[in-house]
Write a protein that binds this ligand. Sequence first.
Ligand SMILES: [Zn+2]
Length: 592
Amino acid sequence: MNTLHKTWDLETIFEGGSESEQLHSYVQQTEQEISKLESLVHSFTSPKNTDQTKELSEIVDQIQLVTKRLGEIGAFISCLNAQDVNDKKAGAWQSRQNELSAAFGNLLTEFDQKLVQTDEDVWKSLLKNAPFRQLEFILDERRRAAKDKLELRQESLINDLGIDGYHAWGQMYDAIVGKLDITHEGKTLSVGQASNLLDSSDRAVRKEVFDKLQKTWKAQTDLFSETLNHLSGFRLQTYKYRGWERVLKEPLEYNRMSEKTLNTMWETITKYKKHYLPYLKRKAHMLGLERLSFYDVEAPVGSTEQTMSFQQGAEFITQQFRSFSPKMADFAEMAFERRWIEAEDRSGKRPGGFCTSFPDSEQTRIFMTYSGTPSNVATLAHELGHAYHQHVMDDLPALNQGYAMNVAETASTFAEMIVSDAAVKHAANDTEKLTLLEDKVQRSIAFFMNIHARFLFETRFYEERKKGVVSAERINELMVEAQKEAYEDALDEYDPTFWASKLHFHITDVPFYNFPYTFGYLFSMGIYAKALNSDSNFENDYIALLQDTGRMTTEDLAAKHLGVDLEKPEFWEQALDLCMKDLNDFMELSAK
Ligand SMILES: [Zn+2]
């Protein structure tokens, strides 16, 4: 590979950053396209027979066009915002983009409602017509979802009231959290900064910060129980009017998976949990403790000194990718060489990492801060996995490119796994190896126990909330009960105010922001298991699977490409067995 740049190239998308003339005219053109869609949707009458395909096909084409253009604008703006948090002009573009997306969203709702009015038989035959055949799943899903809702006027009212009701409670939560701070060693820290100290290798620091955070959150639980009760109350009330009895209906449909799959996944995980108990004990001893507390579970057991320059990291990643899939390796090399990655370690950048797609120019950009640690290398591989997922979908119709959260992490986790496995193999010595292995096991614990606790808590909280407002004390109680169950009673001290400190319970865009994480992790683990045992055809099978992630249910996806039934335990067991391998390696090595 040539000498790599650590900064990305956004000029090939739109020249001139947030002052870009090109962006300006692209946004204007998009506004015109939305107006065109508006008149098409307004004059559209629900098809009465299968001959009425022209109007419908025109609208579908226009929807796909606008989807791509809004995606392109949104991606560019998020790149501008991330590379320079002080770019005010980028912030202004963001508001413009929000307005356009809202207008587009309203048109889609209107369109979907008109589809509902089409007779079932006519609809079914329409979908078999040439222009719609490949969009059959997605169009039918839209119609079914609209059918499940109230009529247009009532849904619009809910949406509009939600801005100052539902979503406002989520924003109120953010506003209160933003004002909280703690004092540590004479310094004032935001709760976010303080939470980072919970990863400290010094037990005394962890304990002190944890106690201070508990005090801070506890002092505010009355306010947070208001935000959570009202937010969930709004959600439940909406469900009631729509006639939805099950709280999990919305998150399951959003993730295109069945309740049986979800239950089978958790049941199988629960069966395997006992294998992790000796690990938790071992880790406690390594940290000089009798038992771990909630704030010890993610503490580091050692440190790795080995770092890789960006160039070395890039070469290591592409080399490891190549042994699984030459196409994925070629793609990564291209992304590095064309400067699709922003990795520079400098101030003024947003923290964290992401991958964003430009559906119109069929490119992606990765954002992160790279300082050479093994975890940076893993993140880089993770984001390249996301980018590759998009890459193989580039030629598909825009409507078939939308995949849900549970499969969104498939390609990324898969790519990360390849690289972290290789890192363990290439570790310089046993201490290094132990640290890397522990990191992998810790990740499993997060998905199997921490996320499970969130899921148990959220399900039970919503059930109680149906009967009325739940007090702060009771919410604390529900939280600890869920943690004890999810961690098999293995910990010394739990985190009763976890529900207040975790943003995920207060997100209003997507309900139940928990189980899709665990699903994605184990789903890609299952694919990885297949890759390890597979013949030369794996690469093409993998690409075909990724290409279908936006146009079928998760169960169909797994049956078609992996030949497995997600509603039965076998697939999950196979994935969990792979996690057991890391666990056993860790137990063996740490016994020395
Ligand atoms: Zn990801």
